[in-house]
Design a binder for this molecule. Structure first.
Ligand SMILES: C[S@@+](CC[C@H](N)C(=O)[O-])C[C@H]1O[C@@H](n2cnc3c(N)ncnc32)[C@H](O)[C@@H]1O
Length: 278
């Protein structure tokens, strides 16, 4: 098995959501990239289920407001970080593994004038390049499934928070045991390294020192979103095949179909966790 870290980087280096693609689409639509506004990026730069509403839910859970100092784990292209900065006035430090995404985040933040409030650093969330007790909130949007050691991430989140600081995140969860073949396909196609249940997340959070404030099961809502996204993806795939252009990565497709089925059956799903460092 290739290392989970290398696999996650390979997966996201080839991912269809990239800064170049977003900027090309916007330039085609508006004729220029001058005076780009953060709101114009938001329909394109959020790589998680539930869009901006999912960011609002994290902001509320983590009590993010004007001047909050926030860490965003697995920040992607900086979409959630820019939203928290723009909508709530937070200062956000993102940590992101994939170099192309770190560069993309910097470019997008600069283009919309948020580069003094949003900094996405290249790094691995298992070892945060950040000082102890320096932040009010830590958030993460649908990404910890890629990380091989979630206990370590929770310990790091705890370390960088000030006392009273809040940790709010969403992640994939497993509700019923998966077969080895299902786990293998989710790994091969979507770099899913750690798939655990709600109770296991809770146990690991408590083990890191957190007090759990809320756990919200998002499986029902994700079921609807995922079915819609799969229909869209299949339409694009069909169009690509009809045009004789590459229809995309086959392992990804198979694995995505399996994930959508598992969420419909409620064998898997998503959850939002809110925890406090007392
Ligand atoms: C599904 S995307 C979510 C991105 C972002 N949170 C968002 O909602 O737009 C998952 C991200 O996690 C990053 N990632 C995976 N493993 C990581 C790790 N160990 N440390 C930091 N980032 C990681 C990937 O490179 C990818 O950009």
């Amino acid at each position: 098995m290739t290392s989970p870290i290398r696999t996650a980087i390979d997966f996201y280096e080839r991912h269809p959501i990239s800064a170049q693609i977003i900027l090309a689409k916007l330039e085609a639509a508006r004729g220029t990239l001058e005076d780009l506004q953060p709101e114009e990026l938001f329909p394109h730069d959020q790589d998680h289920y539930g869009g901006l509403a999912a960011n609002d839910a994290l902001a509320l859970a983590a009590r993010i407001g004007l001047g909050s100092e926030v860490v965003d784990l697995c920040a992607g292209l900086g979409g959630p970080a820019r939203y928290l900065a723009h909508r709530y006035g937070a200062d956000v430090t993102g940590i992101e593994l994939t170099p192309a995404r770190v560069a993309g985040a910097a470019e997008l933040s600069r283009r919309v004038g948020l580069d003094s409030q949003v900094h996405v650093l290249e790094g691995n969330v298992m070892n945060l390049p950040l000082p102890d007790a320096g932040y009010d909130a830590v958030v993460s949007q649908e990404a910890l499934l890629h990380v091989p050691d979630i206990a370590r991430v929770f310990a790091e989140a705890y370390r960088v928070l000030r006392p009273g600081g809040r940790f709010a995140f969403t992640n994939w969860v497993v509700h019923r045991p998966l077969t080895d073949a299902q786990r293998q396909l989710l790994w091969d196609g979507m770099a899913a390294a750690t798939l655990i249940g709600i109770e296991e997340h809770a146990k690991l959070l408590r083990g890191a020192g957190f007090e759990i404030e809320a756990v919200e099961d998002e499986t029902e809502a994700w079921g609807v979103i995922l079915a819609e996204r799969l229909r869209m993806y299949e339409k694009l795939r069909g169009e690509a095949q009809a045009a004789g252009t590459p229809a995309g990565h086959d392992d990804f497709y198979k694995s995505y179909v399996l994930f959508v089925e598992l969420v419909q059956e409620k064998a898997m799903g998503g959850a939002r966790f809110t925890a406090v460092k007392r």
